[in-house]
Design a protein around this ligand. Structure first.
Ligand code: CO
Length: 201
């Protein structure tokens, strides 16, 4: 992998801006920074691929929350604030909970090696593994076990989402955003829409 220097990042930024302006001088003036995004994306911090790039969306179309292994935690004030703002103020129409194959957060949960604070954070995923141990352990490779746990993790986070006061309130008023479960495959660049069990209570 090529590791750019910090100076190169700023230089690349300037050349990207120059390319955009050469192609369309009004590019940045035309970006509507006041427009409300229609999507809330809950993804993993270590996901190496930008959703904006993968979906060819413009800056501002997607409101983003990220943490290790895309967790929906009902005690995470940061996450709940993002969700409340996205639903109540931005009135997003879609919420995407997005995991990815090869996730290091899921790997940490599955391997159970002490790696510092992250071990506490991924504990709910370790619990999920114990619940689904039979299904996961019969997969033949470690990569397959990590990836299946990553998919199950997305399903559980969607279940958690439906349990938040914010989404429950929307469901009562019949104006809840649509909730989607996605997996990014970094080996192909493709996004897979995974089937989510019905979690409405
Ligand atoms: Co990850």
């Amino acid at each position: 992998m090529i590791h750019h220097t910090i100076e190169a990042l700023l230089k690349n930024n300037r050349s990207w801006v120059a390319q955009k302006l050469a192609f369309k001088p009004e590019y940045f003036n035309e970006l509507d920074t006041e427009a409300k995004p229609s999507y809330l994306y809950i993804g993993c911090s270590d996901n190496c691929m930008s959703l904006t790039r993968l979906t060819q969306t413009k800056p501002g179309e997607i409101f983003v929350h990220r943490n290790i292994a895309n967790q929906v935690s009902l005690t995470d004030f940061n996450f709940l604030s993002v969700l409340d703002y996205a639903v109540d103020h931005l009135k997003v129409q879609h919420i995407i909970v997005c995991g990815h194959y090869g996730c290091r957060g899921i790997k940490a949960a599955l391997e159970g090696h002490t790696s510092g604070l992250v071990d506490n954070w991924v504990n709910p995923i370790r619990e999920l593994y114990w619940q689904k141990k039979d299904e996961i352990d019969c997969l033949s490779t470690k990569a397959a076990r990590i990836n299946r746990l990553a998919e199950l993790n997305v399903m559980v986070q969607i279940k958690n989402l439906y349990q938040t006061s914010i989404i429950r309130k929307c469901l009562q008023k019949n104006n809840a955003p649509q909730i989607h479960g996605w997996m990014i495959n970094p080996k192909t660049g493709l996004i897979e829409d995974i089937e989510i069990p019905l979690f409405r209570f």
